[in-house]
Ligand binder design. Structure first.
Ligand SMILES: *Cc1c(COP(=O)(O)O)cnc(C)c1O
Length: 426
Protein backbone atom coordinates (compact mmCIF):
# COMPACT_ATOMS: atom_id res chain seq x y z
CA UNK A 1 0.00 0.00 0.00
CA UNK A 2 1.31 3.46 -0.79
CA UNK A 3 0.61 5.35 2.40
CA UNK A 4 2.29 4.19 5.59
CA UNK A 5 -0.59 2.56 7.44
CA UNK A 6 -0.56 1.15 10.95
CA UNK A 7 -0.28 -2.63 11.48
CA UNK A 8 -4.01 -3.10 12.13
CA UNK A 9 -4.86 -1.53 8.79
CA UNK A 10 -2.17 -3.53 6.99
CA UNK A 11 -3.53 -6.77 8.48
CA UNK A 12 -6.93 -6.07 6.97
CA UNK A 13 -6.09 -4.30 3.72
CA UNK A 14 -2.47 -4.77 2.58
CA UNK A 15 -1.70 -7.12 -0.28
CA UNK A 16 -4.58 -7.33 -2.73
CA UNK A 17 -5.60 -3.87 -3.96
CA UNK A 18 -8.68 -4.33 -6.15
CA UNK A 19 -9.30 -1.93 -9.02
CA UNK A 20 -12.61 -0.96 -10.61
CA UNK A 21 -14.96 -3.93 -10.89
CA UNK A 22 -12.50 -6.43 -9.40
CA UNK A 23 -13.40 -8.71 -6.47
CA UNK A 24 -13.18 -7.06 -3.07
CA UNK A 25 -11.65 -10.20 -1.57
CA UNK A 26 -8.28 -11.65 -2.57
CA UNK A 27 -8.92 -14.06 -5.47
CA UNK A 28 -7.43 -17.56 -5.44
CA UNK A 29 -5.41 -17.95 -8.61
CA UNK A 30 -6.02 -21.68 -8.72
CA UNK A 31 -3.91 -22.27 -11.79
CA UNK A 32 -0.65 -24.09 -12.36
CA UNK A 33 0.21 -21.96 -15.33
CA UNK A 34 -0.22 -18.55 -16.99
CA UNK A 35 -0.86 -17.68 -20.63
CA UNK A 36 1.34 -15.63 -23.01
CA UNK A 37 0.90 -14.53 -26.59
CA UNK A 38 4.36 -14.98 -28.02
CA UNK A 39 7.30 -17.26 -27.37
CA UNK A 40 9.46 -14.21 -26.89
CA UNK A 41 7.32 -12.99 -23.98
CA UNK A 42 7.72 -16.36 -22.31
CA UNK A 43 11.47 -16.51 -22.99
CA UNK A 44 11.97 -13.16 -21.23
CA UNK A 45 10.31 -14.51 -18.11
CA UNK A 46 12.56 -17.56 -18.14
CA UNK A 47 15.60 -15.31 -18.42
CA UNK A 48 14.34 -13.15 -15.51
CA UNK A 49 14.44 -10.19 -17.91
CA UNK A 50 10.82 -9.42 -17.17
CA UNK A 51 8.76 -10.22 -14.14
CA UNK A 52 5.60 -12.22 -14.57
CA UNK A 53 4.00 -15.50 -13.71
CA UNK A 54 4.48 -18.66 -15.68
CA UNK A 55 4.35 -21.67 -13.39
CA UNK A 56 2.99 -21.91 -9.85
CA UNK A 57 5.92 -23.98 -8.56
CA UNK A 58 7.91 -20.73 -8.71
CA UNK A 59 5.33 -18.03 -8.10
CA UNK A 60 1.59 -17.51 -7.92
CA UNK A 61 -0.22 -14.14 -7.63
CA UNK A 62 -2.29 -15.23 -4.60
CA UNK A 63 0.86 -16.24 -2.73
CA UNK A 64 2.70 -13.08 -3.71
CA UNK A 65 -0.13 -10.82 -2.56
CA UNK A 66 -0.18 -12.50 0.85
CA UNK A 67 3.63 -12.39 1.02
CA UNK A 68 3.47 -8.66 0.29
CA UNK A 69 1.04 -8.16 3.19
CA UNK A 70 3.46 -9.91 5.57
CA UNK A 71 6.36 -7.94 4.03
CA UNK A 72 4.56 -4.67 4.78
CA UNK A 73 3.75 -5.79 8.31
CA UNK A 74 7.42 -6.59 8.92
CA UNK A 75 8.59 -3.40 7.19
CA UNK A 76 10.67 -5.43 4.71
CA UNK A 77 11.65 -4.99 1.07
CA UNK A 78 10.61 -8.34 -0.41
CA UNK A 79 9.02 -11.58 0.72
CA UNK A 80 7.85 -15.00 -0.32
CA UNK A 81 5.64 -17.77 1.00
CA UNK A 82 6.82 -21.35 1.41
CA UNK A 83 4.98 -24.62 1.95
CA UNK A 84 5.88 -24.71 5.67
CA UNK A 85 7.89 -22.97 8.34
CA UNK A 86 10.53 -25.66 7.98
CA UNK A 87 10.83 -24.89 4.26
CA UNK A 88 11.19 -21.19 5.14
CA UNK A 89 14.05 -21.88 7.58
CA UNK A 90 15.76 -24.21 5.12
CA UNK A 91 15.49 -21.82 2.16
CA UNK A 92 16.48 -18.79 4.23
CA UNK A 93 19.74 -20.51 5.13
CA UNK A 94 20.40 -22.54 2.00
CA UNK A 95 19.96 -19.41 -0.13
CA UNK A 96 23.29 -18.11 1.21
CA UNK A 97 25.10 -21.32 2.20
CA UNK A 98 26.53 -24.31 0.46
CA UNK A 99 28.65 -27.32 1.40
CA UNK A 100 31.67 -26.23 3.43
CA UNK A 101 29.87 -23.28 5.03
CA UNK A 102 28.99 -22.69 8.66
CA UNK A 103 26.15 -21.17 10.71
CA UNK A 104 26.05 -19.83 14.25
CA UNK A 105 22.68 -20.37 15.91
CA UNK A 106 21.06 -19.83 19.26
CA UNK A 107 20.55 -23.25 20.85
CA UNK A 108 17.16 -22.52 22.43
CA UNK A 109 15.16 -22.81 19.21
CA UNK A 110 12.30 -24.88 17.81
CA UNK A 111 13.12 -28.62 17.81
CA UNK A 112 12.48 -28.95 14.07
CA UNK A 113 14.90 -26.13 13.28
CA UNK A 114 17.48 -27.56 15.68
CA UNK A 115 17.24 -30.87 13.85
CA UNK A 116 17.41 -29.17 10.45
CA UNK A 117 20.63 -27.44 11.46
CA UNK A 118 22.22 -30.18 13.56
CA UNK A 119 21.40 -33.17 11.36
CA UNK A 120 20.03 -32.47 7.90
CA UNK A 121 22.10 -29.43 6.91
CA UNK A 122 25.13 -31.17 8.36
CA UNK A 123 24.54 -34.01 5.89
CA UNK A 124 24.66 -31.38 3.14
CA UNK A 125 28.02 -30.18 4.44
CA UNK A 126 26.74 -27.10 6.30
CA UNK A 127 27.82 -27.13 9.92
CA UNK A 128 26.20 -25.26 12.82
CA UNK A 129 27.68 -24.13 16.10
CA UNK A 130 24.97 -23.70 18.73
CA UNK A 131 25.52 -20.99 21.28
CA UNK A 132 23.86 -19.91 24.51
CA UNK A 133 22.05 -16.74 23.47
CA UNK A 134 22.70 -15.20 26.86
CA UNK A 135 26.48 -15.67 26.58
CA UNK A 136 28.70 -12.58 26.31
CA UNK A 137 29.49 -10.90 22.96
CA UNK A 138 33.02 -12.32 23.18
CA UNK A 139 31.85 -15.89 23.77
CA UNK A 140 29.37 -15.70 20.89
CA UNK A 141 32.01 -14.11 18.63
CA UNK A 142 34.32 -17.05 19.29
CA UNK A 143 31.86 -19.34 17.49
CA UNK A 144 32.36 -17.46 14.21
CA UNK A 145 34.72 -18.81 11.54
CA UNK A 146 35.89 -17.43 8.20
CA UNK A 147 33.26 -19.63 6.48
CA UNK A 148 30.35 -18.54 8.73
CA UNK A 149 27.46 -17.22 6.61
CA UNK A 150 24.70 -16.32 9.07
CA UNK A 151 23.64 -15.91 12.68
CA UNK A 152 20.25 -17.41 13.54
CA UNK A 153 17.84 -17.04 16.47
CA UNK A 154 14.13 -16.86 17.40
CA UNK A 155 12.51 -13.68 18.72
CA UNK A 156 10.84 -15.87 21.35
CA UNK A 157 12.24 -19.39 21.53
CA UNK A 158 9.82 -22.27 21.08
CA UNK A 159 9.24 -23.78 23.61
CA UNK A 160 11.82 -22.38 26.07
CA UNK A 161 10.44 -18.79 25.70
CA UNK A 162 13.85 -17.13 25.76
CA UNK A 163 13.66 -13.61 24.33
CA UNK A 164 16.42 -12.84 21.84
CA UNK A 165 18.45 -9.67 22.29
CA UNK A 166 17.98 -8.84 18.61
CA UNK A 167 19.89 -5.55 18.61
CA UNK A 168 22.92 -7.17 20.24
CA UNK A 169 22.75 -10.17 17.92
CA UNK A 170 22.51 -7.92 14.86
CA UNK A 171 25.64 -6.06 15.97
CA UNK A 172 27.54 -9.31 16.48
CA UNK A 173 26.42 -10.66 13.09
CA UNK A 174 27.34 -7.45 11.28
CA UNK A 175 30.72 -7.27 12.99
CA UNK A 176 31.42 -10.63 11.34
CA UNK A 177 30.02 -9.55 7.98
CA UNK A 178 27.00 -11.87 7.99
CA UNK A 179 23.22 -11.33 8.17
CA UNK A 180 21.10 -11.99 11.23
CA UNK A 181 18.17 -14.30 10.43
CA UNK A 182 15.36 -14.16 12.98
CA UNK A 183 12.44 -16.58 13.21
CA UNK A 184 9.65 -14.24 14.30
CA UNK A 185 6.90 -16.88 14.48
CA UNK A 186 5.87 -16.49 18.12
CA UNK A 187 5.97 -12.69 18.34
CA UNK A 188 4.50 -11.95 14.89
CA UNK A 189 5.03 -8.43 13.47
CA UNK A 190 2.18 -7.27 15.71
CA UNK A 191 4.39 -7.64 18.78
CA UNK A 192 7.90 -7.27 17.33
CA UNK A 193 9.40 -6.16 14.05
CA UNK A 194 13.00 -7.50 14.13
CA UNK A 195 14.11 -5.28 11.21
CA UNK A 196 13.66 -2.24 13.46
CA UNK A 197 16.38 -3.73 15.68
CA UNK A 198 18.83 -4.56 12.89
CA UNK A 199 17.82 -8.09 11.84
CA UNK A 200 18.32 -8.67 8.11
CA UNK A 201 16.00 -11.55 7.27
CA UNK A 202 12.88 -12.75 9.05
CA UNK A 203 11.28 -16.18 8.76
CA UNK A 204 7.86 -17.40 9.86
CA UNK A 205 5.94 -20.53 10.39
CA UNK A 206 2.65 -18.97 9.26
CA UNK A 207 1.07 -22.20 10.55
CA UNK A 208 0.99 -20.57 13.98
CA UNK A 209 -0.56 -17.19 14.89
CA UNK A 210 -0.68 -15.83 11.34
CA UNK A 211 -3.08 -18.54 10.19
CA UNK A 212 -4.26 -18.66 13.78
CA UNK A 213 -6.99 -21.25 13.29
CA UNK A 214 -4.91 -24.40 12.77
CA UNK A 215 -6.15 -24.85 9.22
CA UNK A 216 -3.01 -24.80 7.10
CA UNK A 217 0.72 -25.34 7.25
CA UNK A 218 2.82 -22.59 5.70
CA UNK A 219 5.89 -20.41 5.96
CA UNK A 220 7.26 -17.05 4.88
CA UNK A 221 10.65 -15.44 4.33
CA UNK A 222 10.95 -11.65 4.41
CA UNK A 223 14.10 -9.74 3.50
CA UNK A 224 14.74 -6.28 4.93
CA UNK A 225 16.82 -5.46 1.86
CA UNK A 226 19.37 -3.90 4.21
CA UNK A 227 22.23 -6.37 4.18
CA UNK A 228 25.03 -5.25 1.86
CA UNK A 229 25.88 -8.51 0.07
CA UNK A 230 28.28 -6.75 -2.30
CA UNK A 231 30.35 -5.48 0.60
CA UNK A 232 31.07 -9.12 1.48
CA UNK A 233 30.97 -10.32 -2.11
CA UNK A 234 33.44 -13.16 -1.60
CA UNK A 235 31.29 -14.62 1.19
CA UNK A 236 28.09 -14.62 -0.84
CA UNK A 237 29.08 -15.50 -4.41
CA UNK A 238 25.60 -16.94 -5.09
CA UNK A 239 24.21 -13.41 -4.89
CA UNK A 240 27.12 -11.35 -6.13
CA UNK A 241 28.54 -13.44 -8.99
CA UNK A 242 26.87 -14.49 -12.27
CA UNK A 243 24.35 -17.36 -12.01
CA UNK A 244 25.11 -19.92 -14.73
CA UNK A 245 21.54 -21.25 -14.51
CA UNK A 246 20.28 -17.80 -15.63
CA UNK A 247 22.71 -16.93 -18.41
CA UNK A 248 25.17 -15.21 -16.14
CA UNK A 249 22.76 -12.82 -14.42
CA UNK A 250 23.98 -11.39 -11.08
CA UNK A 251 21.21 -11.07 -8.47
CA UNK A 252 22.52 -8.04 -6.57
CA UNK A 253 23.13 -6.12 -9.81
CA UNK A 254 19.79 -6.97 -11.42
CA UNK A 255 17.47 -6.90 -8.41
CA UNK A 256 18.99 -4.64 -5.72
CA UNK A 257 16.96 -4.98 -2.52
CA UNK A 258 15.03 -7.83 -4.12
CA UNK A 259 18.17 -9.91 -4.78
CA UNK A 260 17.88 -12.37 -1.92
CA UNK A 261 14.18 -13.19 -2.42
CA UNK A 262 14.51 -13.31 -6.22
CA UNK A 263 17.34 -15.81 -5.89
CA UNK A 264 15.36 -17.93 -3.40
CA UNK A 265 12.39 -17.95 -5.78
CA UNK A 266 14.29 -18.38 -9.03
CA UNK A 267 16.68 -21.08 -7.78
CA UNK A 268 15.33 -22.76 -4.68
CA UNK A 269 11.64 -22.80 -5.56
CA UNK A 270 12.51 -23.82 -9.09
CA UNK A 271 14.74 -26.69 -7.98
CA UNK A 272 13.20 -27.77 -4.66
CA UNK A 273 9.59 -26.67 -5.12
CA UNK A 274 8.28 -26.19 -1.56
CA UNK A 275 5.60 -23.75 -2.74
CA UNK A 276 2.52 -22.95 -0.69
CA UNK A 277 -0.78 -23.94 -2.31
CA UNK A 278 -2.67 -20.78 -3.41
CA UNK A 279 -5.71 -22.02 -1.52
CA UNK A 280 -3.66 -22.16 1.68
CA UNK A 281 -2.39 -18.66 1.01
CA UNK A 282 -6.01 -17.52 0.78
CA UNK A 283 -6.77 -19.09 4.19
CA UNK A 284 -3.60 -17.55 5.62
CA UNK A 285 -4.76 -14.15 4.40
CA UNK A 286 -8.05 -14.58 6.26
CA UNK A 287 -6.07 -15.34 9.41
CA UNK A 288 -3.91 -12.26 8.89
CA UNK A 289 -7.02 -10.07 8.70
CA UNK A 290 -7.57 -10.58 12.45
CA UNK A 291 -3.98 -11.04 13.65
CA UNK A 292 -3.94 -7.59 15.28
CA UNK A 293 -7.10 -8.48 17.23
CA UNK A 294 -6.07 -11.97 18.26
CA UNK A 295 -2.51 -11.29 19.46
CA UNK A 296 -3.47 -8.89 22.27
CA UNK A 297 -6.12 -11.36 23.48
CA UNK A 298 -3.62 -14.27 23.40
CA UNK A 299 -1.19 -12.18 25.44
CA UNK A 300 -3.79 -10.96 27.92
CA UNK A 301 -5.06 -14.50 28.53
CA UNK A 302 -1.54 -15.95 28.77
CA UNK A 303 -0.53 -13.31 31.31
CA UNK A 304 -3.47 -14.22 33.55
CA UNK A 305 -2.82 -17.94 33.17
CA UNK A 306 0.89 -17.45 33.92
CA UNK A 307 0.05 -15.53 37.09
CA UNK A 308 -2.47 -18.18 38.12
CA UNK A 309 0.05 -21.02 37.59
CA UNK A 310 2.78 -19.13 39.38
CA UNK A 311 0.60 -18.86 42.48
CA UNK A 312 -0.42 -22.54 42.48
CA UNK A 313 1.35 -24.70 45.09
CA UNK A 314 1.67 -27.72 42.76
CA UNK A 315 3.49 -25.75 40.07
CA UNK A 316 7.27 -25.79 40.45
CA UNK A 317 8.16 -23.22 37.80
CA UNK A 318 6.58 -21.03 35.10
CA UNK A 319 8.30 -19.36 32.17
CA UNK A 320 6.59 -16.43 30.53
CA UNK A 321 8.33 -13.20 29.54
CA UNK A 322 5.39 -11.21 30.94
CA UNK A 323 6.13 -12.32 34.52
CA UNK A 324 8.24 -9.84 36.49
CA UNK A 325 10.31 -12.70 37.94
CA UNK A 326 11.04 -14.13 34.50
CA UNK A 327 14.64 -14.19 33.30
CA UNK A 328 13.52 -12.52 30.06
CA UNK A 329 11.20 -9.89 31.54
CA UNK A 330 13.55 -6.98 30.80
CA UNK A 331 14.32 -8.11 27.24
CA UNK A 332 10.60 -8.64 26.79
CA UNK A 333 9.91 -5.05 27.85
CA UNK A 334 12.40 -3.82 25.29
CA UNK A 335 11.43 -5.97 22.30
CA UNK A 336 7.84 -6.91 23.14
CA UNK A 337 6.36 -3.93 24.96
CA UNK A 338 2.80 -4.76 23.90
CA UNK A 339 2.98 -8.41 24.93
CA UNK A 340 5.00 -11.44 23.86
CA UNK A 341 2.77 -14.33 22.78
CA UNK A 342 0.16 -16.76 24.07
CA UNK A 343 2.61 -19.56 24.75
CA UNK A 344 4.04 -20.27 28.18
CA UNK A 345 5.78 -23.22 29.73
CA UNK A 346 5.74 -24.68 33.21
CA UNK A 347 6.58 -27.76 35.26
CA UNK A 348 4.81 -29.54 38.09
CA UNK A 349 6.34 -30.52 41.42
CA UNK A 350 5.58 -34.17 40.66
CA UNK A 351 8.00 -34.00 37.69
CA UNK A 352 7.72 -35.64 34.32
CA UNK A 353 5.11 -38.32 35.20
CA UNK A 354 2.85 -35.91 37.06
CA UNK A 355 3.03 -33.53 34.08
CA UNK A 356 1.77 -36.26 31.77
CA UNK A 357 -1.10 -37.24 34.16
CA UNK A 358 -2.09 -33.60 34.55
CA UNK A 359 -2.32 -33.18 30.80
CA UNK A 360 -4.57 -36.22 30.50
CA UNK A 361 -6.99 -34.64 32.98
CA UNK A 362 -7.46 -31.44 30.96
CA UNK A 363 -10.82 -31.11 29.24
CA UNK A 364 -10.88 -27.73 27.48
CA UNK A 365 -7.19 -27.64 26.59
CA UNK A 366 -6.44 -30.35 24.04
CA UNK A 367 -3.27 -32.38 23.66
CA UNK A 368 -2.16 -31.53 20.15
CA UNK A 369 1.13 -31.16 18.29
CA UNK A 370 0.47 -27.53 17.61
CA UNK A 371 0.76 -24.13 19.21
CA UNK A 372 -0.47 -20.65 18.61
CA UNK A 373 -4.00 -21.06 17.42
CA UNK A 374 -7.35 -19.87 18.73
CA UNK A 375 -7.90 -23.01 20.86
CA UNK A 376 -5.96 -23.62 24.05
CA UNK A 377 -3.64 -26.58 23.66
CA UNK A 378 -0.92 -28.40 25.56
CA UNK A 379 2.09 -30.44 24.61
CA UNK A 380 4.89 -32.26 26.39
CA UNK A 381 7.81 -31.55 24.05
CA UNK A 382 10.15 -34.12 25.59
CA UNK A 383 7.62 -36.84 24.68
CA UNK A 384 6.72 -35.66 21.18
CA UNK A 385 8.25 -32.77 19.20
CA UNK A 386 11.68 -33.01 20.81
CA UNK A 387 11.75 -36.77 21.39
CA UNK A 388 14.62 -37.22 18.96
CA UNK A 389 16.83 -35.11 21.22
CA UNK A 390 18.93 -36.55 24.06
CA UNK A 391 18.43 -35.19 27.60
CA UNK A 392 21.59 -33.13 27.12
CA UNK A 393 20.31 -31.67 23.84
CA UNK A 394 16.91 -31.08 25.45
CA UNK A 395 18.45 -28.91 28.13
CA UNK A 396 20.63 -27.13 25.55
CA UNK A 397 17.47 -26.40 23.54
CA UNK A 398 15.87 -24.92 26.66
CA UNK A 399 13.45 -27.83 27.14
CA UNK A 400 13.35 -29.34 30.64
CA UNK A 401 12.19 -32.99 30.62
CA UNK A 402 9.13 -31.98 32.73
CA UNK A 403 8.29 -28.93 30.58
CA UNK A 404 4.63 -28.55 29.62
CA UNK A 405 4.08 -26.13 26.78
CA UNK A 406 0.73 -24.42 27.13
CA UNK A 407 -0.57 -22.45 24.18
CA UNK A 408 -3.22 -20.18 25.61
CA UNK A 409 -6.04 -19.57 23.17
CA UNK A 410 -8.54 -16.77 22.83
CA UNK A 411 -11.40 -18.43 24.73
CA UNK A 412 -12.69 -16.82 27.92
CA UNK A 413 -9.74 -16.91 30.28
CA UNK A 414 -11.90 -17.85 33.28
CA UNK A 415 -12.80 -21.11 31.57
CA UNK A 416 -9.17 -21.82 30.69
CA UNK A 417 -8.10 -21.27 34.30
CA UNK A 418 -11.00 -23.37 35.62
CA UNK A 419 -9.87 -26.24 33.39
CA UNK A 420 -6.27 -26.01 34.60
CA UNK A 421 -7.53 -25.78 38.16
CA UNK A 422 -9.64 -28.94 38.03
CA UNK A 423 -6.71 -30.84 36.50
CA UNK A 424 -4.35 -29.59 39.23
CA UNK A 425 -6.65 -30.04 42.20
CA UNK A 426 -7.04 -33.83 41.93
C1 LIG B 1 6.35 -24.51 14.11
C2 LIG B 1 7.58 -23.74 14.00
C3 LIG B 1 8.44 -23.89 12.91
C4 LIG B 1 8.17 -24.90 11.82
O1 LIG B 1 7.04 -24.53 11.10
P1 LIG B 1 6.09 -25.55 10.30
O2 LIG B 1 5.11 -24.65 9.68
O3 LIG B 1 5.52 -26.50 11.30
O4 LIG B 1 6.96 -26.25 9.31
C5 LIG B 1 9.55 -23.09 12.85
N1 LIG B 1 9.84 -22.20 13.81
C6 LIG B 1 9.04 -22.04 14.89
C7 LIG B 1 9.40 -21.03 15.93
C8 LIG B 1 7.89 -22.79 15.02
O5 LIG B 1 7.10 -22.63 16.09
Amino acid sequence: MEKKFKPGTLCVQAGWQPKKGEPRVLPIYQSTTFKYETSEQMAKLFDLEESGYFYTRLQDPTNDLVASKITELEGGAAGMLTASGQAASFYAIFNICSAGDHIVSAAAIYGGTYNLLAVTLKKLGIETTFIDQDASDEEISEAFRPNTKALFGETIGNPGLAVLDIERFAKIAHKHGVPLIVDNTFATPINCRPFEWGADIVTHSTTKYMDGHATNVGGAIIDSGNFDWDKYADKFPGLTEPDPSYHGLTYTKSFGKGAYITKATAQLMRDLGAIQAPHNAFLLNMGLETLHLRMPRHCENAQKVAEYLQSHPKVSWVKYPGLKEDKYYELGRKYLPDGSCGVLSFGLKGGRDESIDFMDRLKLAAIVTHVADARTSVLHPASYTHRQLSDEQLIEAGVAPDLIRLSVGIEDVEDIIADLNQALEI
